[in-house]
Design a protein around this ligand. Structure first.
Ligand SMILES: *[C@@H]1O[C@H](CO)[C@@H](O)[C@H](O)[C@H]1NC(C)=O
Ligand SMILES: *[C@@H]1O[C@H](CO)[C@@H](O)[C@H](O)[C@H]1NC(C)=O
Ligand SMILES: *[C@@H]1O[C@H](CO)[C@@H](O)[C@H](O)[C@H]1NC(C)=O
Length: 353
């Protein structure tokens, strides 16, 4: 009797184990679709007459074939790590890549544009694609997808895929703090404006048949190398006011997302906490093997980004990127991006399945 009971108990444990394992496994996601700014732009700006691009060395120095594809880093960017960790593909291409294939349409693309924000003005002043331009490209994508996959399969792909939106940093850092374009707003009212713009973007996306959406908050902007240089004093500290705006924006955004998830039937909308992970990487950089977390690798590391980070200015550029948290004055290195994305995919994205 006792033995039979033990035996049943063991079977029970085995079953529980199997069930737990199955629900932990990531089910098949047909495609990954991304909107946003330079953190997730694989080269959509390459064809633009804008200074906000980087399809030249030393960008892409550690990428496959040392190709400067237009990614704003030395190697892979978050979209590549998300796509590969979801089991979709190794690299997420730019929608505007001239070599884009039908297979790329079926498994997803990024519409993101370096320099963009939730505020239309943010992209307009640097002549890049606004989030609303990106939404129009998505409508065009849907038409192409229908012709490749057929009506029914295309609708399933659109509904079952994972969508990531990452923007807001340029609105705060560039439009609000570095120009007077929004001088009629104070911080709380501008944050509110951004959150409402994000909310309306998500509703538009939902009305196009999209259900599974992850929206990233903004990082601790006061710890970007450029902000430290301009506002961090002689010792280039993290700038508290910028971090406080990040915290405020993230708090309001995540509250609005909870509201939206209730309002939009069968939507799955989640907030991705980028802030805490990056602040940990910056504060505890040495735990992660970084030797430099306040300067970028490129040039002096204090101001260079995009056109200022180029081969002629690169006598000072670091040798071993893996010791650096930042690649240029705005953008993390490939290794930092991998450390950022891995917990996001593991802890948050399974909620969408
Ligand atoms: C470099 O990247 C671009 C854009 O993704 C691509 O079109 C091109 O074929 C790549 N070149 C090489 C040599 O891999
Ligand atoms: C951005 O521009 C688009 C197209 O002109 C418009 O539909 C949208 O409402 C604008 N968004 C904001 C937040 O102003
Ligand atoms: C730094 O690491 C310590 C110990 O792991 C942790 O308690 C702390 O929260 C980390 N700092 C940040 C900003 O995450």
């Amino acid at each position: 009797m006792q033995m039979a009971a033990n035996f049943l108990y063991i079977i029970f444990l085995l079953l529980v184990n199997v069930v737990v394992h199955q629900s932990n496994a990531i089910p098949e996601v047909p495609a990954l679709i991304v909107f946003g700014d330079s953190i997730v732009d694989p080269g959509n700006n390459n064809g633009l007459k804008s200074l906000t691009k980087c399809n030249f060395p030393p960008y892409g120095r550690d990428f496959k074939g040392q190709n400067a594809t237009g990614r704003f880093s030395n190697g892979k960017i978050p979209t590549d790590f998300i796509a590969s960790q979801l089991g979709i593909k190794e690299y997420l291409p730019a929608y505007l890549d001239p070599e884009l294939s039908d297979e790329d349409l079926l498994t997803g693309v990024s519409f993101a544009s370096g320099g963009a924000g939730f505020d239309n003005i943010t992209a307009e002043v640097v002549s890049v694609y606004t989030l609303w331009d990106q939404l129009q490209m998505f409508e065009e994508y849907k038409r192409k997808l229908k012709s490749v996959a057929g009506m029914e399969r295309a609708a399933t792909i659109v509904k079952d895929s994972v969508y990531i939106i990452l923007a807001g940093s340029n609105d705060i850092m560039v439009t609000y703090f570095a120009t007077n374009l929004r001088s009629n707003y104070d911080i709380p009212s501008y944050v509110d404006y951004i959150v409402q713009a994000a909310s309306s973007f998500i509703k538009n996306l939902y009305n196009l048949g999209v259900q599974k959406i992850g929206i990233a908050g903004v990082p601790p902007l006061g710890c970007e190398p450029m902000v430290r240089t301009l506002r961090g004093g002689i010792t280039r500290e993290c700038v508290e006011i910028y971090n406080q705006v990040s915290v405020l924006l993230n708090r309001e955004l995540s509250a609005e997302l909870i509201r939206l998830a209730h309002e939009l039937p069968s939507s799955q909308i989640i907030y991705l906490d980028v802030y805490s992970i990056l602040l940990d990487l910056v504060t505890n950089s040495s735990h992660y093997g970084f030797e430099e977390a306040t300067r970028g690798c490129c040039g002096s590391g204090k101001v260079e980004a995009t056109v200022l980070c180029n081969e002629e200015m690169s006598a000072l550029t670091c040798e071993d990127t893996s010791k650096y948290l930042f690649w240029d004055a705005f953008h993390p290195t490939e290794r930092a991006y991998e450390l950022l994305v891995t917990p996001l995919v593991k802890n948050y994205l399974p909620i969408l399945f």
